[in-house]
Design a protein around this ligand. Structure first.
Ligand SMILES: C[S@@+](CC[C@H](N)C(=O)[O-])C[C@H]1O[C@@H](n2cnc3c(N)ncnc32)[C@H](O)[C@@H]1O
Length: 222
């Protein structure tokens, strides 16, 4: 467990986030954790893909917020989700209970969040009908995919904080593990990230970013 994560902050939309002392980085935008997660991952990812059955890979489970909001939206629109998520430093219960999502999220989403956080590591766990999660406690840079993904939530800490997560070898591994027509979404629009994604074969689309951020990226495997 990562005892380096201690400090929690309230972001501009009222939802909280954590600061990783180890990486010197926040888990979400201070302009709004829930707003960012909804905009980049749920709306520009899950909803834009428009499929009724989706297998998602998330890089960085973190606080479980993306997972919970995805489960909630999937339930609302009738999308079945299989959610695989990698995390090298799982938060302890004490740490994730510092977050205010139980109060900030609608009751159903709050229950999904707690259930996803409490889910065991290393096995498939049905959070509810239509949403199964596999939390993988491994180093993304060493991990090898074994299934195909339709949608990738690339939510590592920023390239300046953790360059090893954003290299060509890592994006190639993801590209190869994606189904044709698959989509990757991320908040970073850094030049080197765009070049690397293009080099491994993705087609890029720059979209409007969440509050406080001009742009985000959506990448397609055609
Ligand atoms: C921006 S946060 C993810 C936020 C998360 N998606 C959420 O909804 O709260 C990045 C996460 O990547 C994790 N991480 C850092 N290095 C990693 C690695 N090598 N492999 C897997 N996860 C890693 C961090 O511990 C952190 O939880």
């Amino acid at each position: 467990m990562n005892s380096n994560v201690k400090t929690h902050y309230t972001t501009a939309d009222g939802s909280s986030t954590l600061l990783s002392a180890q990486y010197g980085a926040h888990y979400h935008s201070l302009h709004g954790a829930v707003s960012e997660s909804m905009h980049i991952f749920v709306e520009a990812g899950l909803m834009a893909l428009g499929q009724k059955q989706v297998t998602i890979l998330e890089v960085g489970f973190g606080t479980g917020l993306n997972a919970a909001l995805t489960a909630q939206r999937g339930r609302e629109v009738g999308v079945d989700v299989v959610y695989h998520t990698l995390e090298l430093h799982p938060l302890s219960k004490e740490e994730y209970m510092l977050l205010n999502y139980s109060q900030q999220l609608p009751a159903q989403a709050a229950a999904l969040w707690l259930s996803a956080c409490d889910a065991p590591w290393g096995e498939d766990f049905t959070v509810e009908d239509g949403f199964t999660i596999r939390k993988i406690n491994e180093d993304f840079t060493q991990w090898q995919p074994t299934v195909q993904y339709n949608l990738v939530y690339f939510d590592a800490f920023a390239p300046d904080d953790q360059p090893e997560m954003w290299g060509a070898e890592q994006f190639q591994k993801i590209f190869d593990a994606m189904a044709a027509g698959g989509v990757l979404v991320t908040y970073s629009v850094k030049g080197t990230v765009k070049r690397t994604l293009r080099d491994v074969g993705f087609e890029l689309e720059r979209l409007q970013g969440p509050p406080g951020k001009k742009h985000m990226l959506r990448a397609y495997k055609r």
